[in-house]
Design a protein around this ligand. Structure first.
Ligand SMILES: CC(C)(COP(=O)(O)OP(=O)(O)OC[C@H]1O[C@@H](n2cnc3c(N)ncnc32)[C@H](O)[C@@H]1OP(=O)(O)O)[C@@H](O)C(=O)NCCC(=O)NCCS
Length: 173
């Protein structure tokens, strides 16, 4: 299988997460505004996470990207697709997390659009889902900007999450 490729959007360079990104992912997860939603990660957990994601890229050909600003090279965040068991079956899930200083400029939506293009144009997916804690209004707003429709609330480990869905049919035309 070919090595997963780097993608360019208008403002971002999207690199498939690899073990070389451990420092940057750790840095992102240390951002208090991100940790509020993702919890506190140790360096060892991040090392395991990048190894797990790199394996998924090579086995499945899909997983998250690190997002760098094309003009400055700064780390903006991470996001994109991954295969996940969601609400009873395997699905393609789309997500995002940005360093706090990059919020409010449309970068998560830009990552999301690249993920949807990957899913529908290259992976031939029929559906992409996204979910977040019910009170994560910023993440829900990204889903709505991208055209996802709210599906339902679901419980994961006793916490309430809002599940959103987007079908290929609703993106055609
Ligand atoms: C969730 C998260 C990624 C959303 O970030 P965000 O900056 O609000 O979302 P976007 O990058 O799409 O930016 C949208 C904002 O930029 C504005 N914007 C500016 N240019 C834009 C453009 N070209 N396209 C879209 N929006 C644009 C929008 O109007 C919107 O403004 P608002 O915040 O005043 O409503 C961010 O809050 C985050 O990283 N949170 C912590 C991690 C997290 O919760 N992840 C999700 C877990 S499921």
């Amino acid at each position: 299988m070919s090595y997963p490729r780097i993608r360019l959007t208008d403002r971002l360079r999207l690199e498939p997460v690899d073990v070389k990104h451990a420092d940057d992912l750790f840095d992102l997860y240390l951002d208090p505004a991100v940790a509020e939603w993702y919890g506190r990660w140790t360096r060892e957990q991040v090392d395991r996470e990048v190894a797990r994601i790199a394996r998924s890229w090579s086995v499945d050909g899909v997983h998250k990207w690190m997002a760098y600003h094309r003009a400055t090279g700064e780390l903006v965040g991470r996001g994109g697709l991954s295969r996940k068991h969601v609400d009873g079956r395997e699905r393609l899930e789309l997500g995002w997390a940005l360093h706090r200083r990059f919020w409010g400029q449309g970068y998560a939506t830009e990552i999301g659009r690249a993920g949807l293009a990957f899913a529908f144009d290259e992976l031939d997916a029929d559906e992409v889902v996204s979910f977040t804690e019910v009170h994560n209004h910023r993440s829900r707003a990204v889903m709505e900007r991208l055209g996802f429709r709210y599906g339902k609330d679901m419980s994961i480990n006793g916490e309430s999450f809002a599940l959103y869905l987007l079908n290929r049919a609703s993106t055609d035309g």
